[in-house]
Design a protein around this ligand. Sequence first.
Ligand SMILES: Nc1ncnc2c1ncn2[C@@H]1O[C@H](COP(=O)(O)OP(=O)(O)OP(=O)(O)O)[C@@H](O)[C@H]1O
Length: 274
Amino acid sequence: MNAIRVRGLRKAYKGHQAVAGVDLDVARGEVFAVLGPNGAGKTTSVEILEGHRDRDAGEVSVLGVDPAKGSREWRSKLGIVLQSATDAATLTVREAVQHYARYYADPRDPDEVIELVGLTEKAKSRGGKLSGGQRRRLDVALGIIGRPELMFLDEPTTGFDPEARRQFWSLIKLLAAEGTTILLTTHYLDEAEALADRVAVLAGGRIVAEGTPQTLGGRAHADATVRWMSGRGYTEIKTSEPTKAIAELSRDGELAELTVTRPSLEDVYLELIK
Ligand SMILES: Nc1ncnc2c1ncn2[C@@H]1O[C@H](COP(=O)(O)OP(=O)(O)OP(=O)(O)O)[C@@H](O)[C@H]1O
């Protein structure tokens, strides 16, 4: 059974069709990233899967349960990191994590979780005194404390500095290696590329492309660009057979500053949402 199965999901707000017929399958243990421009319908879709928002139409199954009818036991199997930061201003980091741990039957060790998200030095600070990125880390800590089977991460690294993002990626890889299914929305294509087994691009409430980060939008088969320095400047050719091209070009000797590139995930993404 898939962790998530969605068919024909629709949701409108006062006549505006925010989600316009989405089908989605996420296997157990998979890391799945949903990409898409602002207003594409990502948060709306994820909130429906979390049971936080009702839907107009469609079939939805999350860990075998319709989220609209999710029990407390079902909810305890989910780890949720919402887009808006936690409002735990008066509790210290440790108090907040300990407090959330009590909701679960088999929580992780609070201090271990604080360490995992890199907040050990701030464990005694109150939520209200944390920086934006630190508060986000606290959100992540609260999302993983209950040892979830399935995690929803809505733009989890917004506001993180580059080092914190890399630390967060390591944490997600660790959770994935433990078998946690992860559904993540992100605007960072490098994040999707680093973490996701598969990605879907949502635009105007519809999935316009789906695949692995390596193959999305025909990326793996796109022409390669071969570039090298020749005399006065760079020469560039586009070819479907870069190996052959380089073999021919290099007959007369070394090609200076040679590179072979294919479209980046960002190139493909920007083309898909046009
Ligand atoms: N509570 C609401 N009431 C009315 N319209 C809403 C509501 N929430 C979202 N919308 C609209 O639905 C559409 C989809 O919004 P949604 O938040 O799902 O997009 P998103 O892909 O998550 O965007 P972002 O990348 O900016 O977070 C947008 O046009 C938005 O204005």
